[in-house]
Design a protein. Structure first.
Length: 382
């Protein structure tokens, strides 16, 4: 089966092994090590790591379309935010009459704005099945409509990138409006519980961290399966020579559309996992700057590798956390300098450096093996 192909790759097994080991280690250090011990991982750190993993899943989604399809999307923040809003709407409905105004149906911000009834597009979000389905359907449908129009019109290159950026900017402006019914510039917040579990409890925080890690593993395997299949090979052909691929008889727009929709749904899932851990979703997640930042994560880690996107997302967001604490007034300059250094000295990203070193080591071992064989052969001949 095509989904099992990634498990035959050494890189996939290594990635999944490291990820699962990290999840187990953090869990043990959080639960089994006392709070005063130097090795103890606090609940705050667990939540922070969970946010990093959700960003890593978003980076994998971007790398799928940029690295293997050649589509530089500057609008994946929109898919991320739509998944986050779908989860936020479910979490808001779970508050019920425990809100500030005590309304059992209307969220607090709607009561404050004198809304009389719940908008039709909020209906059903009190049921987890519908809400979780919309986490995938909302970004997937947007990607389907947008991709169908763009790819059918054969919009490519920088023009497609600009259109994706315009899309997320338009959505940001729309969600900032109070009459849209999504909380305006304050967004959705003050979440209480998820599936009956208290979001403020340490156990729920750890569970969300583990769920995000598992989602990252499954998303990575899905993307590797797509890349290793015929669909992936045709996608790379579209990236490298789209006109020639069309000449060979392939319906390029269909391949582009399928991969684009899958990537958008993964981004929506990342947003849905991000929201309960951070505790808020607002229109700033639609910001084009955020989408550009995600592209920088992928470029830093290594395009067209998938695991490089994970490395880039984790490294940049960890560096952001450190720099904002150490140099709050100049952390943007530190991040910018890091990007410049990587671009100049590591054009293929961190994953390219790792691949280069691994290939050199393998070549060295091969030469040593050939040398030993030659020496043994001469001894026998003598």
């Amino acid at each position: 089966m095509w989904l099992t192909r990634p498990f035959n790759e050494r890189s996939t097994r290594l990635f999944l092994g490291i990820l699962l080991a990290a999840l187990a280690l953090v869990t043990v250090l959080n639960l089994a090590v006392p709070a005063g011990h130097p090795l103890h991982v606090s609940t705050y750190t667990v939540t922070l790591l969970g946010k990093y993993l959700s960003y890593a899943l978003l980076a994998v989604a971007v790398d799928l379309v940029w690295g293997y399809l050649g589509i530089l999307s500057l609008g994946h923040g929109a898919f991320f935010a739509l998944g986050g809003y779908a989860m936020g709407m479910y979490l808001m409905r779970q508050i019920g009459d425990r809100g500030t105004y005590g309304d059992p149906v209307l969220p607090d911000f709607m009561v404050f704005l004198d809304w009389d009834s719940l908008p039709w597009y909020w209906l059903g979000f009190d049921m987890p099945g519908i809400a979780f389905l919309m986490v995938l359907l909302a970004p997937g449908l947007l990607a389907l409509v947008f991709g169908f129009l763009a790819f059918r019109s054969r919009v490519t290159g920088v023009y497609l990138s600009i259109i994706t950026q315009a899309m997320t900017f338009a959505l940001m402006l729309a969600f900032f409006r109070n009459e849209m019914g999504f909380g305006g510039n304050n967004g959705l917040t003050d979440f209480r519980e998820l599936l009956g579990f208290d979001l403020r409890s340490d156990a729920t925080r750890l569970g969300l961290f583990l769920a995000t890690g598992i989602a990252l593993a499954l998303g990575y395997v899905l993307c590797r399966a797509i890349v290793a299949s015929k669909l992936g090979r045709v996608s790379v052909a579209c990236r490298d020579a789209e006109a020639r691929t069309r000449f060979l008889g392939y319906r390029v727009e269909r391949f582009q559309l399928f991969v684009f929709v899958v990537s958008a749904m993964l981004a929506g899932l990342a947003g849905a996992l991000y929201v309960p851990q951070v505790g808020i979703i607002n229109p700033s997640e639609f910001s084009p700057i955020f989408s550009i930042e995600v592209v920088l994560w992928v470029a830093l880690g290594g395009r067209a590798t998938l695991y490089g996107a994970v490395i880039g997302a984790l490294l940049v967001n960890y560096a952001k956390t450190v720099f904002t604490g150490v140099m709050p007034d100049a952390w943007l300059f530190a991040l910018g300098g890091m990007f410049v250094l990587v671009t100049v000295f590591l054009p293929k990203g961190i994953a390219g450096l790792l691949t280069y070193r691994f290939q050199n080591q393998r070549l060295t071992h091969r030469r040593e093996g050939e040398g030993a064989t030659t020496t043994t052969g001469r001894g026998v001949s003598a």
